[in-house]
Design a protein around this ligand. Structure first.
Ligand SMILES: [Zn+2]
Length: 256
């Protein structure tokens, strides 16, 4: 089962992996089918590119997360284009979007950054990895305008919003949150997404599924999320993992 897993959203550059990254990452990547690193700023994009050059089944996005606002280069647009051109293993622009959860990140600046990152994706013909937190209304309005190819990551909206996202032609991805006991909303949303539009992700080191909730997460734990997703969709866990992996290859053009 592990060997079929594709983790479409991971953060192995996170401090939580500082103590054992060099031994852990090769081990994980030899256990699973593949992983896509989700970048949040320039440094994280460079980590993704360098790691993707080292491991055949590791791919990366490049881009600027709304929480990178304080550390933006002079032209995020130019920088993102240049980063994307550094490697054929850059398969997406992300994670990009809007985060209204914390005050302190100017909303207008976030909107400008989001739109400019969508422009990069359009210019380069790459899919996007979207992060929306407490900003569904503004986010959907922009996505309706740009109609990017891409995925709504760590989906936390309602079934109704999930249907809208699917109608836009996008994929919907779930983390370990799907396995939490209080995850009624996520379960309903997952029910509403056609199986050919579902992706699996960890968002590791965060969002570890049950029975590891609260622990450091890694890509192998996706099997617990997949088991829950399989139950919701009425298929066998291994089939769910394979279907989600094929969906990931289709969206990101992965050759694994
Ligand atoms: Zn993430």
């Amino acid at each position: 089962m592990l060997s079929q897993i594709i983790d479409t959203h991971c953060h192995y550059d996170d401090n939580a992996f500082d103590i054992d990254r060099d031994t852990l990452l090769p081990e994980i990547l030899s256990d699973i089918r593949g992983a896509v690193h989700a970048s949040t700023d320039e440094k994280s994009s460079l980590f993704g590119i360098e790691t993707a050059e080292r491991f055949k089944n590791f791919y990366t996005s490049v881009g600027f997360h709304p929480e990178s606002m304080e550390n933006l280069p002079k032209s995020p647009f130019e920088t993102t284009i240049n980063l994307a051109r550094r490697s054929k293993k850059v398969v997406a622009i992300g994670e990009i979007g809007l985060d209204y959860h914390y005050d302190g990140y100017d909303r207008n600046k976030q909107l400008d950054l989001f739109v400019s990152q969508l422009e990069v994706a359009k210019d380069l013909g790459l899919p996007v990895i979207i992060h929306l937190r407490d900003a569904t209304e503004d986010g959907l309005e922009i996505l309706k305008r740009y109609k990017p190819k891409g995925v709504m990551h760590c989906f936390s909206g309602s079934a109704e919003i999930a249907r809208e996202v699917v109608k836009l032609g996008m994929y919907v991805s779930f983390t370990g949150v799907l396995t939490f006991k209080n995850a009624r909303k996520a379960v309903k949303a997952c029910e509403a997404v056609p199986i050919e539009r579902l992706l699996l992700e960890t968002d590791c080191p965060y969002m570890a599924p049950e029975p590891y909730r609260g622990k450091r997460c890694d890509s192998r734990m996706i099997r617990f999320t997949a088991e829950k997703m399989a139950e919701i969709k009425g298929v066998a866990p291994l089939d769910m993992i394979k279907i989600a992996a094929e969906n990931s290859c289709g969206l990101f053009g992965l050759d694994i």
